[in-house]
Design a protein around this ligand. Structure first.
Ligand code: SF4
Length: 368
């Protein structure tokens, strides 16, 4: 059995560790590239969302490398994610690929029987140690990346923090020791926080990132928006991390009540995907004094389209500028960079006015 899964940010490191520790061999799909995108676009329905197309490209590249079991997320609710896996399965089978597919369902109970059927009997101790190792890797990656988002905006030597992060990812990927994961987490936290690395002083602009999870987590599809913001001197924070999502997806935590409460004034019901989170978190970022919010979504993503139609009211009501980007396979660097620079410029002017004790009278733009 050769297992594969979709690429999403650096989470391949933790997922790979989980299956390897369980004794399976893993085919990590090649890093997302133009080729992945072209493959996905060519064989997907035209109006499928961008993550669907990229995942399909991931699977084709991994199946070509010998994978024969695809692990994919499933779901329910008023968005297309719930039937992604089924449609992808049919497309790949029609193309002649031979494989099986395991679709992860929401909640732990729903998965227990299916796991046994797909992977065979797994010794309990082995499962515990594999889950513990993968979870610790995932937590470490999220924790260190959170720091990267904070410190990138302050670095004097451009690229220093990214270089440290790349080293951290390489080392954490190589190790299968839990103690070593914990040590690397401490070591790299200290290295990135180290003041001798000469971070700039001052309070940078702070922007909250909201939107559809795949677009937020995968730098290839969002055209490295977080790095671009860091290079413009903007500190980025987001609520969406793989570990947070997983805890909520498996019903081990419920962050939704805070988000729903924050969103209630503007949106009272679940609209699928992360639509309500985009609204609720924009309100929360505003209340925490952030300078602006950026929403990311795939073109044709209904939950984010609904959120976008509400965000101008949130922006006005809460006094926070909001910029929206919808991405598809034609999105290009130049367009995003120009709009980001204009947005950051606006946030700087607004901040200067506020520091002078004046109310910002300029126009707050909402854009795509
Ligand atoms: S949340 Fe949006 S992008 Fe994701 S599956 Fe649903 S409609 Fe598609």
């Amino acid at each position: 059995m050769q297992i594969t899964f979709p690429h999403m940010g650096d989470m391949a490191v933790a997922v790979k560790a989980l299956f390897q520790e369980l004794g399976f061999s893993v085919v990590v799909p090649p890093p997302i590239s133009r080729k992945t995108l072209n493959l996905g676009v060519k064989y997907s329905p035209e109006f499928a969302c961008l993550p669907f197309k990229i995942n399909l490209g991931n699977f084709m590249e991994a199946l070509d490398k010998g994978a024969d079991l695809i692990v994919m997320g499933g779901g329910c609710g008023p968005c297309r994610f719930g039937y992604y896996a089924e449609v992808q399965r049919e497309i790949l089978q029609e193309m002649g690929y031979e494989f099986s597919m395991y679709v992860i369902e929401p909640g732990i109970i729903n998965n227990i029987r299916k796991i046994r059927e797909t992977f065979g009997p797994l010794p309990f101790r082995k499962v515990v140690s594999a889950v513990r190792l993968a979870w610790n890797k995932a937590r470490a990656i999220d924790e260190i990346y959170k720091l990267v988002l904070e410190k990138r905006a302050l670095e004097v030597e451009e690229g220093l923090v990214d270089k440290l992060y790349a080293g951290f990812i390489r080392k954490i990927d190589e190790t299968m020791s839990l103690d070593e994961v914990r040590r690397l987490r401490r070591e790299y936290r200290e290295k990135i926080e180290d003041t001798s690395a000469k971070y700039k002083r001052g309070i940078p602009l702070k922007v909250g990132l909201v939107g559809e999870i795949y677009l937020v987590l995968e730098p290839f599809v969002n055209l490295e928006i977080e790095k671009r913001l860091g290079q413009l001197g903007v500190m980025v924070e987001r609520d969406l991390y793989m570990t947070n999502w997983l805890l909520n997806f498996l019903h081990l935590r419920n962050d939704e009540k805070h988000i729903r409460r924050a969103a209630r004034k503007y949106l009272g019901s679940f609209v699928g995907g992360h639509g309500i989170d985009s609204v609720g978190n924009t309100v929360r970022y505003s209340r925490r004094g952030f300078d602006g919010v950026i929403q990311l979504g795939p073109f044709t993503c209904m939950p984010e389209i609904i959120a976008r139609s509400i965000l101008p009211a949130v922006s006005k009501g809460e006094g926070i500028p909001v910029l929206t980007f919808f991405f598809d396979e034609h999105s290009a660097d130049a367009g995003i960079q120009t709009r980001l620079e204009a947005f950051v410029d606006l946030l700087e002017r607004k901040k200067r006015q506020r520091m002078k004790g004046l109310e910002y009278k300029g126009e707050i733009v909402y854009g795509q």
